[in-house]
Design a protein. Structure first.
Length: 434
């Protein structure tokens, strides 16, 4: 059995186990992870509807890397509605939680003993920190953890194993002598509050999926969770970014025979060099967009630039002209020996013009409302979040762009929008414009 056949088989089993629709099951045979261009039709996507982990983030938004206070309950409802809208567009959507739990529960939620559940228990236990106060010796600590795993952890339902993963609990035990059970515990959590921004943990190139390395301490373990989930649905990454590299998916946009990769606040040159050395992009040209500003308000390339079609892009107004915020590009071309730097220091807008890409300038008020962070469904058709100006929507429509407006009133409080929340795992190239 080759890798593609294995991928199809695992996906078919996964879909059966999680009770996906007949429509979703019917499309598994054609699934292959890879994205050629942002304007190709999106067919498969990985998402995460936020749950209990998000609540802790909204208690102190700034510490969670969030923009402002918002309701985690309403954010989850907005996301559920957005997922349905994605499915209404013919996109097969896989929930991260379902991928992680694949093969461990039946259609009635009862656990299924076997290798899949054993693997999940082992993985989830990595997210538990167990300590004693005062500290005990290393051998005693090791015995304590083994006892805990053999007794308590073996009784957890897969749903509780999922909670362990997203809450990342720390349990500190203290003796109470002869009182009651003789022990009391202090509990703390370090939840993965930004996990619903599924764009960032990996990038999907035309060759496959590359696991990134998050720039922020609050998000470091997200890549482990997503990598595990991908493995459960039969997707083996073609590469993993190593230290000192930093790579976040919001800085990556595939564009046919070229890709755009942002170098700035969240993605660094070390990661980009690793991608070039590994030929992870699989394209003739790599355009490194260098951000001189590096501010949270435009933390990723997709917060100030996006592709709507092969000849149409959105670009924040403050990145145009002679502004100090204007990015430059380094252009790498592939040859027999790998990639070679062909041009450096060219202004980004000038480069776009040189390759025949028209730019729609996005005013500051609309960029701050995530006007650049659209999700392109196919050429000249996008999701954009509610709150952008009517003028911006009119400009898009005058450019023959079909616009679907979605409610992200709470979700944007986390500092992201449509593009940030979806990892498109597969896109279908258009034939004769269709």
């Amino acid at each position: 059995m080759n890798s593609l056949q294995l991928c199809r088989l695992v996906l078919a089993v996964f879909i059966t186990l999680v009770g996906a629709s007949d429509r979703l099951a019917a499309q598994t045979a054609s699934f292959k992870a890879g994205s050629n261009a942002e304007w190709d039709r999106a067919t498969w996507a990985l998402v995460h509807t936020p749950g209990e982990e998000l609540f802790y983030g909204v208690l102190h938004p700034e510490a969670a890397l969030f923009e402002r206070p918002f309701s985690s309950t309403l954010a989850a409802k907005e996301h559920e509605h957005f997922v349905q809208q994605l499915r209404n567009q013919g996109i097969s959507v896989v929930q991260l939680r379902d991928a992680v739990l694949a093969g461990t529960v039946d259609e009635n939620g009862r656990e299924l003993p076997g290798p899949a559940l054993d693997e999940l228990r082992e993985f989830a236990f990595r997210f538990v920190t167990l300590e004693s106060d005062p500290p005990v010796s290393e051998s005693q600590q090791d015995q304590l953890k083994k006892k805990y795993f053999a007794e308590s952890f073996q009784q957890l339902h897969p749903d509780e194993l999922w909670s362990t993963i997203v809450l990342n609990p720390k349990i500190t035990l203290r003796s109470t002598g002869d009182l009651n059970t003789g022990v009391v515990a202090d509990y703390a959590v370090r939840p993965v509050m930004n996990l619903y921004f599924m764009r960032d943990q990996v990038i999907t190139t035309r060759r496959g999926v590359v696991v990134g390395k998050m720039n922020s301490e609050q998000r470091h373990i997200e890549t482990e969770i997503v990598r595990f989930a991908l493995g459960r649905i039969g997707i083996k990454p073609i590469g993993v970014i190593e230290e000192p590299g930093r790579l976040e998916g919001g800085d990556f946009l595939p564009a046919g025979d070229r890709v755009f990769i942002g170098e700035g606040l969240r993605t660094n040159s070390a990661a980009i060099q690793q991608l070039l050395d590994a030929d992870a992009f699989g394209t003739d040209e790599v355009v490194v967009v260098k951000d001189p500003w590096r501010q949270q308000v435009q933390m990723h390339l997709d917060t100030y630039f996006n592709l709507v079609a092969d000849d149409l892009a959105l670009l924040a107004e403050n990145r145009l002209g002679e502004s100090d915020h204007g990015p430059t590009v380094d252009v790498f071309k592939k040859n027999a020996d790998g990639y070679e730097l062909q041009a450096s220091g060219m202004k980004f807008p000038a480069y776009l013009k040189s390759i025949g890409v028209r730019v729609i300038p996005v005013k500051q008020q609309d960029q701050l409302k995530y006007g650049c962070n659209v999700l392109t469904l196919k050429s000249n058709e996008v999701f954009v979040v509610d709150g952008v100006s009517n003028e911006f929507l009119k400009t898009l429509k005058e450019a023959d762009v079909t616009v679907h407006v979605v409610d992200f009133s709470n979700l944007t409080g986390g500092y992201g929008a449509c593009h940030c929340t979806v990892q498109v795992l597969s896109r279908k190239q258009a034939v004769d414009g269709r």
